[in-house]
Design a protein around this ligand. Structure first.
Ligand code: PMP
Length: 439
């Protein structure tokens, strides 16, 4: 198996100085049997090189943002020239207007935008704005949807915490946890019951319109329409967390995704963004209907601010990334490769008698070691984590990097080539062969 001595040494060293050796828990290998995570040193296109010099094909895409592959020349140039002109001003700049317009053009439900520094911040602020606008306090969210690590939405939050087996987080006062109600995804009856029970306490219904945090899960036909209708009938706002989904499946968000019908009936009041819109540099954004967004300071009474918000480097990187994504055919090509990869994985697992369900949406998919469909969090939990861990390790040893969690997606990028897919499928065939031999 692959030599990762240097990674192991760096992990020992990191553990002395950085809590858990990682700066985000999902980077640890805790969910796949523990041990040293791989310390990467360099990345280009769809490939990584680790501290020992091993090469990998990347399907992590940094948990989503790296949709153009690493060090894309157009984005690198934009970041370099931004750096040469000064990275932080504390004043407005013209570029911020350009990115705001690009987001508005692609996501028509956003009349006004505000930039922040992370998806967590974006979501957190949509909640404040919804509460300010409705003068209500409670939020309804869906089990397994992850909305960042702010207090309120960390209750029953998918990928990160569930990977580590932490249903909620320590350090969240019960008084705050009482402000959030959790219902199963794709279950309109449960939503209706919750809305009836909590009535005019409910400021907003928050959802990942296409889920990315307990696998990739599509809303059932009518789910988002029903959600919007029920929420509005109750005087509650609809907040879409599109931190993963915006610009992932097509040039736009779930709100305009051709795979979802009835676009007028599924428009949210507020949207939270992050990841891809910064081209790999830290960013978040939120936006929505004018009269709601005008609650935000300096226009209105809801306060939100940020020293780093809208910094020239993140904004330039985001604009450059969206420009690459405007290139004719890029999403079609990512989808074509994702189909080839997902179909190949499915066939390979089947040859070795290993149950595998794949949820693919455009150029992204999740692999679930089970024989039942995965349409909600419960079904995603009820899958074979040990089989995933074994698969993950066999793939890693053959130079294929996946997220170290059974809940996370595989992401294609514009940098992946047919040869990468072939190499990945050959590795998967060997991984399934080893798993079948051990069973
Ligand atoms: N919302 C969703 C849907 C996410 O997937 C994430 C991150 N995985 C976040 C919010 C939080 O974003 P960040 O990590 O940038 O704070």
């Amino acid at each position: 198996s692959m030599n990762r001595t240097r990674s192991a040494e760096l992990y020992e060293e990191a553990l002395k100085h950085i809590v858990g050796g990682v700066n985000s828990p999902s980077r640890s290998f805790k969910a796949v049997g523990g041990g040293a995570p791989v310390f990467m040193k360099q990345a280009r296109g769809a490939h990584f090189w680790d501290a020992d010099g091993n090469q990998y094909i990347d399907y992590l895409a940094a948990f989503g943002p790296i949709i153009t592959g690493h060090a894309h020349p157009h984005i690198t140039k934009a970041i370099t020239s931004a750096a040469e002109n000064g990275v932080l001003y504390g004043t407005p700049t013209e570029l911020e207007i350009q990115l705001a317009k690009m987001l508005k053009d692609a996501i028509p439900s956003m009349d006004k935008v505000r930039f922040v520094n992370s998806g967590t911040e974006a979501v957190m602020t949509t909640i404040r704005v919804a509460r300010a606008y409705t003068e209500r306090s409670k939020i309804i969210k869906f089990a397994g949807c992850y909305h960042g690590h702010s207090d309120l939405v960390l209750v029953a939050a998918g990928s990160g915490p569930s990977t580590l087996g932490i249903p909620d987080s320590a350090g969240i006062p019960p008084s705050i946890a009482h402000e959030v109600i959790t219902v199963p995804f794709n279950d309109l009856e449960a939503l209706q019951e919750a809305l009836e029970h909590w009535g005019d306490d409910v400021a907003a219904v928050m959802v990942e319109p296409i889920v990315g945090n307990f696998g990739m899960v599509m809303p059932k036909p009518g789910f988002l329409e029903g959600l919007c209708k029920l929420a509005r009938a109750n005087g509650s706002l609809v907040i879409y967390d599109e931190v993963i989904t915006a610009f992932r499946f097509h040039y736009g968000s779930a709100q305009t995704y051709p795979g979802l019908l009835n676009h007028e009936a599924i428009q949210p009041d507020l949207t939270a963004l992050g990841k891809i819109i910064g081209g790999g540099l830290p960013i978040g954004a939120y936006g929505g209907r004018k009269e709601i967004m005008e609650q935000v300071a300096p226009l209105g009474p809801a306060y939100q601010a940020g020293t780093m918000a809208g910094n020239p480097a993140s904004i330039a990187s985001g604009i450059a990334c969206l420009e690459v994504l405007q290139t004719e055919g890029v999403y079609e090509e990512m989808e074509r490769l994702a189909i080839k990869l997902a179909d190949g994985l499915q066939a390979s697992a089947q040859r070795h008698g290993i149950p595998l369900m794949i949820n693919r949406i455009s150029g992204a998919f999740s692999t679930h070691f089970c024989s039942h469909p995965v349409t909600n969090y419960e079904e995603a939990q009820d899958t074979d984590g040990e089989a995933f861990a074994a698969f993950f390790r066999h793939m890693l040893d053959q130079g294929i990097l996946l997220a170290a969690s059974k809940y996370e997606a595989w992401f294609l990028t514009t940098a992946h080539q047919a040869a990468d897919i072939d190499q990945t499928l050959a590795a998967a065939e060997e991984a399934f062969r080893r798993m079948a031999a051990q069973a």
